[in-house]
Ligand binder design. Structure first.
Ligand code: DGT
Ligand code: CA
Ligand code: CA
Ligand code: ZN
Length: 575
């Protein structure tokens, strides 16, 4: 519901923009963004409290509330349908291309008849874009590059869309009397940042009942295959889901097969063969001496399979054949940071800048999530569009935090900032003020196109500032949207080690920055990380899970993550 509505509101925003309507597009865009991250489904909110409840959503006034109501009731927004007939273009597809705003989309359609990514690609390849005034060779190449980047992710979904959905389906299956066990597997179990399809495994001796239930779920759009062992459906959100029903004695083998990625599976199977076994999704078998008659030696649990092969059992997130198999054979697996281990969150935005909620609301929400402390890190002045703090306002906010702290108990509110790194590597707040903060996060939000050398120099210089504690979202990547800026990661890690700067594993699902392999490189060099939600709304603390998942993929242990400590100890680890 929410992601569909969000898509539609975004589309409406662009089409209104193309028509030249003022203000409204920004308002729709903002609401679309907020709705996408709401914990509760919008139709549930509406069911409970009608239009009034919709108006409680930040940014939603009467007009937008009515549009949302119309969408809930009819599945459509009339105004959008009308605009679409006037301008029949795949807005959501084209908008993803870097550098394509409403103005360019309008010109591309009017002058070249470009309607979607396919026709855009064709026109670019034929050199037609560069002939348009103001576009040129460079823009054409940039568009082609962006299209090929997007093509990598075609048909893939964010973990933040897939995991909650997968969990909901698994919970529902578990509630059936015919189902003895249900688990999800595949890329979601590995906490990969994007997911192709959902894979669910169930133990049941009444498979056809389970399959019947599965294909009738409200999320299902279409059944693509139905049998007693495997059923596949296409969900309304566009994702596919596979359900497999297995016997109890094969459940561990099925999990093992469907959780590890292909490379992990192939490597484990080779070990099995070397030791004289055969491993498949039904079990681990050995020859009995009688032809076509194999003996099952393991299969009910994953543990017994790995154990029989002389390996430690390992968490799903590690199963990518990046050294975990060798480590498991030598009994040397790391003890990964757990999903319950975080005590604090060191990057939190409030309504002092571009967040939706007050300092107090964010503190209360973090407490509810089980955290002991948060650090308020609003943007600084260089990020003008967020209304960022300058020195004076930052001091004012610190006083406000003191005041709020007196009013709330059970959660410590630390003072911080997300300080912008200027293009020359200097910081956006003076050193005297920075020294007053508990935690100084630094980050890049502009001039992403610098050369690798320039960008590395810029960030290194910023890290060398004795007040700079944590490098926030170090590479600037946006999952499925923007590639990381060019940066010499080895140099950044070296500087982090030398200066004692912490590297952030940003948990915001669109960022997940650092990514797993960089986390691992950082840890191997003895650099510590923080896992932060980058919350801009009270519902965003739940994102921490994705950051922990990414950190586990990067083999992080509890000791490597500074915010697994209480706040006093954590502060002791900063510069
Ligand atoms: P996805 O869905 O693209 O995000 O990634 P996965 O890893 O969930 O891949 P999927 O759904 O195609 O397959 C589910 C599991 O099945 C996967 O974790 C590993 C296993 N698997 C898939 N294809 C192969 C294969 O060709 N060989 C082996 N050994 N295992 C495979
Ligand atoms: Ca999958
Ligand atoms: Ca699958
Ligand atoms: Zn930021």
């Amino acid at each position: 519901m929410n992601s569909d509505l969000s898509k539609i509101l975004n589309e409406l925003a662009v089409l209104l923009d193309i028509k030249g309507v003022e203000f409204k597009p920004r308002a729709y865009e903002k609401v679309a963004y907020i709705i996408e991250s709401l914990a509760e489904e919008v139709d549930e909110i509406y069911k409970k409290g009608g239009l009034k409840a919709l108006e409680e959503i930040p940014g939603v006034g009467r007009g937008i509330a009515e549009k949302i109501e119309e969408f809930i009731k009819t599945g459509k927004i009339h105004e959008l349908e009308k605009l679409k007939t006037e301008f029949p273009v795949d807005i959501n597809g084209l908008k993803k291309v870097e550098g394509l705003g409403p103005k360019t989309i309008k010109r591309l359609y009017n002058e070249l008849g470009i309607k979607d990514l396919g026709s855009l690609k064709k026109a670019a390849e034929a050199g037609k874009l560069k002939k348009l005034e103001g576009l040129g060779e460079k823009s054409e190449q940039k568009i082609l590059k962006s299209i090929s980047f997007l093509e990598q992710f075609r048909g893939r979904f964010s973990i933040a869309a897939a995991l909650p959905l997968s969990r909901r389906i698994v919970e529902r299956l578990r509630s059936l009397p015919e189902v003895k066990k249900a688990e999800f597997a595949g890329s979601i179990a590995r906490m990969q940042e994007t997911v192709g399809d959902l894979d669910i495994l169930v133990i049941s001796d009444k498979p056809s009942k389970v399959m019947d239930f599965f294909v009738k779920m409200p999320e299902v759009q279409e059944v693509t295959a139905k049998g007693d062992t495997k059923t596949s459906v296409r969900l309304k959100v566009g994702m596919d889901a596979d359900l497999r029903v297995v016997a109890p004695e094969s459940f561990g083998a099925a999990l093992q097969y469907f959780i590890g990625d292909k490379y992990h599976n192939i490597a484990v199977r080779e070990i099995a063969v070397k030791k004289g076994y055969k491993l498949n999704e039904y079990g681990l078998f050995e020859e009995s001496g009688i032809k076509n008659h194999e003996l099952r030696v393991a299969g009910e649990t994953e543990e017994e399979i790995y154990k029989t092969l002389g390996m430690q059992w390992m968490p799903s997130e590690m199963r990518t054949d990046h050294g975990e198999i060798e480590a498991a054979l030598q009994n040397k697996l790391p003890d990964l940071v757990g999903y319950e281990d975080l005590k604090g969150d060191l990057q939190v935005q409030t309504d002092w800048t571009d967040g939706d909620n007050s300092i107090r609301e964010m503190a209360e929400a973090a407490k509810k999530q089980g955290l002991e402390y948060i650090c308020i890190t609003d943007h600084t002045a260089a990020l003008a569009m967020t209304g960022g703090n300058d020195e004076k306002r930052l001091l004012k906010q610190m006083a406000e935090i003191d005041k709020v702290q007196k009013e709330v108990s059970g959660i410590k509110i630390l003072k911080g900032a997300e300080v912008d790194i200027h293009k020359d590597g200097t910081l956006d707040i003076d050193d005297e003020t920075l020294a007053k903060l508990d935690v100084v996060g630094i980050s890049v939000h502009s001039r992403f196109k610098m050369t690798e050398k320039e960008m590395t120099k810029r960030i290194v210089r910023a890290m060398e500032n004795p007040n700079a504690d944590i490098l926030f979202h170090p590479t600037g990547r946006l999952v499925q949207k923007r590639e990381a800026y060019k940066i010499d990661m080895a140099e950044i890690i070296k500087t982090a080690k030398k200066t004692g700067t912490i590297l952030e594993a940003n948990a915001y699902p669109e960022r997940l920055d650092l990514k797993d392999e960089y986390i691992r490189q950082a840890l191997e060099s003895g650099v510590k990380i923080s896992i932060d939600s980058d919350a801009h709304s009270t519902s965003h603390f739940q994102f921490l899970e994705y950051g922990i998942g990414q950190a586990r993929r990067g083999w992080a242990e509890k000791k490597d993550v500074i915010n697994t400590r209480n706040w006093e100890e954590m502060l002791g680890l900063l510069k």
